[in-house]
Design a protein around this ligand. Sequence first.
Ligand code: FES
Ligand code: FES
Length: 167
Amino acid sequence: MERSITIRVDGAEHEVTVDTRTTLLDALRERIGNTSPKKGCDHGQCGSCTVLLDGRRQLSCLALAVAHDGAEIVTAAGLGDGDLHPVQQAFITHDGFQCGYCTPGQVCSVVGMLAEAEDGHPSHVTEDLGAETELSDAEIRERLSGNLCRCGAYVGILDAVKEVTGR
Ligand code: FES
Ligand code: FES
């Protein structure tokens, strides 16, 4: 069964007809031609497909495209408005990547995570639930633990996030 949906991706509107079983990741990559989100595991384990969906980070391999008709999607390629987003620049400054396969997902995840922390969302390691969230090393590691990096660029990624948060 097929359905027509309209989604905005990195500021451009796309109308696509998709099988109702098509994931958002496949719609982005195969139908719209946006290869910024990567297919690592295709079942929610690696984070390389992370995009911002209506402002929140989302594993696009676990979302059905048809369920997001009318959504606003931002991939790492659309983050900086034609320039590098501060998080992308910090990744470069601190060697937060090697092969780069996980990087678009990591960058989107960091942007989403910073917004979540600012909104007061706790993580698994947050101790003082009522207080303003201090993005300690442990908080950053926990909040980004859904994004795996086979090259092991975690130290650089941590430093990049610390720079963006002013630490
Ligand atoms: S490809 Fe989506 S989590 Fe791995
Ligand atoms: S930079 Fe290679 S997988 Fe992360």
